[in-house]
Design a protein around this ligand. Structure first.
Ligand code: IMP
Length: 192
């Protein structure tokens, strides 16, 4: 069976990806390969960060691997918080503070268009490949719902009335930016 390291220790992400990727491919986490490092994400694009994480693993562990990076891009904020989504309210990776800052910045704004964008970087036999998943939608004026994580309580994807946090993980994981990115990655792996 083909094996890939997914450069994450985020259990939610691992489960989401494993569910889509199916049984023909084995996914190992960073923990599974004994990597305890907090891999740097210092690039100024999602593509750069995803590649940085995948290269970190490839260079040290010499195995096929992939990594992802996600950002929420708000039209009226010129694409912010974007690649800085995790650190929008400071370096503490505090989702609650990030959410509060976003709602505050957007107070009174009528253009609420936004998108979630995920980039997957795959390194296979030393060659790099990028895959992108995008979900367009709107930022709500107040938070709604309790499931999911991060900016989920304020994002309503196009075609739905509920925020990602109101619709629950099962539906969100079917239509999410990450799901779309993984589907492209899987499609590619299945052509090998
Ligand atoms: P990362 O890709 O895990 O580094 O995520 C970057 C930032 O975007 C973090 O603040 C996450 O909370 C947020 N984020 C990533 N994916 C999602 C999602 O599916 N829903 C809501 N927020 C997300």
């Amino acid at each position: 069976m083909k094996k890939f390291v997914f450069a994450t220790n985020n259990r939610h992400k691992l489960e989401e990806v494993e569910a889509i990727i199916g049984e023909k491919i084995e996914i190992l986490s960073l923990k599974d390969i004994g990597c305890e490092a907090d891999i740097p994400e210092t690039a100024d694009t999602l593509e750069g960060n995803a590649l940085q994480k995948a290269r970190y693993v490839y260079e040290r562990y010499h195995c096929d691997c992939f990594a992802d990076d996600t950002g929420l891009e708000v039209e009226a904020l010129d694409g912010a918080p974007g690649v800085y989504s995790a650190r929008y309210a400071g370096d503490a990776h505090n989702s609650e503070a990030n959410l509060r800052k976003l709602l505050h910045e957007m107070e009174g704004m009528t253009n609420r268009r936004a998108r979630f964008r995920t980039v997957f970087a795959l390194i296979l036999n030393g060659k790099e490949h990028l895959f992108e998943g995008i979900v367009n939608g709107e930022i709500t004026p107040t938070r709604r719902g309790t499931s999911g994580f991060g900016y989920d309580p304020v994002f309503v994807p196009d075609g739905y009335q509920q925020t990602f946090a109101e619709m629950g993980d099962a539906l969100k994981n079917k239509i999410s930016h990450r799901a779309l990115g993984v589907q492209k990655l899987c499609k590619f792996l299945n052509t090998l």
